[in-house]
Design a protein around this ligand. Structure first.
Ligand SMILES: Nc1nc2c(ncn2[C@@H]2O[C@H](COP(=O)(O)OP(=O)(O)OP(=O)(O)O)[C@@H](O)[C@H]2O)c(=O)[nH]1
Length: 224
């Protein structure tokens, strides 16, 4: 979506922020960034999560960077996700780099119908390692899984690449909503875990195990 360059907020710093019980709207906040080549579906992914809608087929590249907030509830705890939608085009890279360093989580998208967007994931991961925090949570997402006729990247190739880099992986569709909420819920749970908000009797949370177990649910991943 076209928006003014460098809108609304500046990069800050820090780990997931915890708020006092007097804060009325949420208990914890974290910054999540959407990354990946232009056209892979980052803006649509965010809009589907935020509003449950899919944008029209007209593709208008994001200019610069923008963010939306959404509060999700995880085990009774309200986690506010501040989700940054970045421009995938090369010419905006220097702008988005400045925003990497205080992100707690990165959703890295490619398009299963676009081989070069998949091939470029390694370059994205190199950039992430250069500019992001060392312990940033990364999730690899193969988007547009609804367009199976035009698939050129096999699901197994996504799995293999994710395993190589030790990051969780799933295929998604910003059009149907497949796994969109799951991706953000996994991030919210990880942020909660990192903020030390597990109950005493809760087992330790592992985002990788969580994603894998959710993918095995019968209503998950209908296009894979
Ligand atoms: N079929 C299908 N089309 C999608 C999906 N996600 C996005 N699209 C389409 O892909 C095109 C690009 O989507 P955007 O969300 O604007 O892509 P982007 O990654 O934000 O692109 P930049 O802003 O340039 O970085 C649009 O025409 C969308 O309608 C999806 O899951 N399935």
């Amino acid at each position: 979506m076209r928006r003014p360059f460098g809108t609304t907020a500046t990069p800050g710093s820090g780990a997931p922020q915890r708020f006092s019980p007097s804060s009325p709207s949420y208990d914890l906040a974290g910054k999540v960034m959407l990354l990946g080549d232009s056209g892979v579906g980052k803006t649509c992914f965010l809009i589907h999560f935020k509003d449950g809608a899919f944008l029209s087929k007209t593709f208008i590249a994001t200019v610069g960077i923008d963010f939306r907030n959404k509060v999700v509830t995880v085990d009774g705890m309200k986690v506010k996700l501040q989700i940054w939608d970045t421009a995938g085009q090369e010419r905006f890279r220097s702008v988005t780099h400045a925003y990497y360093r205080d992100a707690q989580a990165l959703l890295l998208l490619y398009d299963i119908t676009n081989k070069s967007s998949f091939d470029n994931i390694r370059a994205w991961l190199t950039e992430i390692h250069e500019y992001a925090q060392k312990d940033v949570v990364i999730m690899l997402l193969g988007n547009k899984a609804d367009v199976s006729r035009e698939r050129v990247v096999r699901s197994e190739d996504g799995e293999t690449l994710a395993r190589e880099y030790g990051v969780p992986f799933m295929e998604t569709s910003a059009k149907t909503g497949m796994n969109v909420e799951l991706a953000f819920l996994a991030i919210a749970r990880e942020l909660k875990h990192r903020a030390g908000q597990q109950q005493a009797n809760e087992p330790s949370f592992q985002i990788h195990d969580y994603v894998e177990s959710q993918k095995k649910q019968p209503n998950c991943c209908p296009f894979v």
